[in-house]
Design a protein around this ligand. Structure first.
Ligand code: KIV
Ligand code: ZN
Length: 513
């Protein structure tokens, strides 16, 4: 059996299903380009039928990102398969990924289908997808809670119908490693035509076992792992790409398996995804957390100074952590800035580069030291925003506050291209600014969460503000950064309001299975 494990990245599809983590098309393209640099085999770029935004994302990733196979998800329904095919039509390396549940729990309560009907639909939709593309993946949703004999039957039938990858999801994160490994072994032993397809796994992390289950599957013959950067995804998330890849690399001695991942791109990928989605990476997260390579104990530090192998099983450089603490200052030139951006995962040119460089110079004037984190924040804050046709833009903001004065904000904004000014008060400077922005935009949203962090150390550090707002069904995130935290707060709020506008237009409601 071949020893290469294919990495199927679903950050842009399952990862995007993390509450509040939705990305616009330009953000998805940035992530997809980074995934190509990372060397993933397949990018699941979205679910073409689910919304015009997803359709567009699948299409643009398929046409504009070179290297990986680009895939669209599709329910086992003709309209989904057709939308996926349309989005991918004419692109170089494409895959349609169709799915239906196979567990009795799902068939009875959700799909209202018999086993025979579900199998028939799976076969018909694989055949339909094969009418459009060569590369078709079938997922038996909730496979880990499906009766194995029926699962084998479905897998055999879809391979006969033309599926070249069969995915075995642990949709609800219920499996235990030994049992999940045994399920994969059972599939290899009981499905007659299994050699005609790659076995894939897609594990959720509800019990914290997504990576362990994926690994057990690989040990038992799975050769594709579906995973996401930083493990983001529905509920507790998916198996984390960086953990899977570094386990296979670090323990190649035992596992004898490899991937095509350029591991030095892991850290830039992690930073990019966490910046864009606003989903912070916990400090003690394996591989990419702030503390993953930080040695605190004196005994450990002593050992490391004598020989790195005493306490380090991986080199930080091997995952792309070789960051100089101080990167640049106000004398740094445009070329050096562009190169640094590239190392951080952003390939900018033209107007985007000009705009980012302008912001960098302005920041370097205010701050003595500009760190990588500052650069990442300004790119996310300014450049990504350029790409979206935003309804609301912040013009001027002036706030008076202090111990002896009622906070008052004067805000000037552009709304649909027209300048609007308002003045308003509040309980504090941020509240005053937010109430005035709410008055100008007429938003009906409520603020769920507001957090502010200093991006780096020092009193001249930039403040990075994240907000989560809700209107009806929609929850969105907004981010903003600035050396003045009131300005950063206003930017974050306006960013969220713009995202809300996009989201309200985009999402096609009530998808039925
Ligand atoms: O978790 C799951 O089962 C899925 C499928 C659509 C593959 O995301
Ligand atoms: Zn999933």
């Amino acid at each position: 059996m071949d020893n290469r494990v294919r990495i199927f990245d679903t950050t842009l599809r399952d990862g995007e299903q993390s509450p509040g983590a939705s990305m616009n098309v330009e953000e998805k393209l940035l992530v997809a380009r980074q995934l190509a640099r990372l060397g993933v085999d397949v990018i699941e770029a979205g679910f073409a039928f689910s919304s015009p935004g997803d359709f567009d994302a699948v299409r643009r990733v398929a046409f504009e990102v070179e290297g990986p196979v680009v895939c669209s998800l599709a329910r086992a329904r003709p309209e989904d398969i057709d939308a996926a095919a349309n989005a991918l039509k004419g692109a170089a390396k494409t895959r349609i990924h169709t799915f239906i549940s196979t567990s009795d729990i799902h068939l009875k309560h959700q799909f209202k289908l018999t086993r025979a009907e579900a199998k028939k639909r799976a076969v018909e939709m694989v055949e339909r997808a094969r009418g459009y593309v060569e590369d078709v993946e079938f997922s038996a949703m909730d496979a880990s809670r499906t009766e194995p004999a029926y699962l084998y039957e479905v897998i055999e039938a879809v391979i006969r119908a033309g599926a070249s990858t069969v995915n075995i999801p642990d949709t609800v994160g219920y499996a235990l490693p030994e049992a999940f490994g045994a399920l994969i072994k059972g599939i290899r032993e009981n499905v007659k035509n299994i050699d005609g397809a790659v076995i894939s796994v897609h594990c959720h992390n509800d019990l914290g076992l997504a990576v362990a289950n994926s690994l057990a599957a690989v040990v038992n013959g799975a050769r594709q792992v579906e995973c996401t950067i930083n493990g983001i995804g529905e509920r507790a998330g998916n198996a984390s790409l960086e953990e899977i890849v570094m386990i296979l690399k670090t323990r190649k001695d035992l596992l004898g398996l490899e991937t095509s991942i350029n591991t030095e791109q892991i850290y830039p990928s992690s930073r990019l995804v966490s910046g864009i989605t606003g989903m912070a990476v916990q400090a003690n997260k394996a591989i990419v957390g702030d503390n993953a390579f930080a040695h605190e104990s004196g005994i450990h530090q002593d050992g490391l100074l004598k020989d790195k192998s005493t306490y380090e099983i991986m080199r930080p450089e091997s995952v792309g952590i070789s960051r100089s603490t101080l990167v640049m200052g106000k004398h740094s030139g445009r070329h050096a800035f562009k190169e640094r951006l590239k190392e951080l995962g952003f390939e900018l040119s033209g107007e985007n580069l000009d705009k980012a460089f302008e912001r960098f110079k302005a920041l370097a004037d205010k701050k003595k030291e500009v760190f990588d984190e500052d650069i990442e924040a300004l790119v996310q804050d300014e450049v990504l925003r350029l790409e979206m046709p935003d309804r609301f833009r912040l013009g001027r903001l002036n706030v008076r506050s202090g111990t002896d004065t009622m906070p008052v904000a004067e805000v000037e904004m552009e709304v649909d291209g027209k300048t609007v000014k308002e003045t308003g008060g509040g309980d504090g400077p941020v509240d005053a600014a937010y109430k005035t922005i709410a008055k100008i935009t007429g938003t009906g949203s409520t603020l769920l969460k507001y957090t502010v962090n200093a991006i780096t150390g020092g009193t001249d550090a930039q403040g990075e503000v994240s907000v989560r707002i809700k209107e009806g069904e929609h929850i969105v995130l907004g981010q903003g950064s600035h050396t003045d935290i009131i300005v950063a707060s206003a930017r974050a709020y306006i960013n969220a309001l713009n995202r809300l506008e996009h989201k309200k237009k985009e999402r096609r409601e009530n998808l039925v299975l």
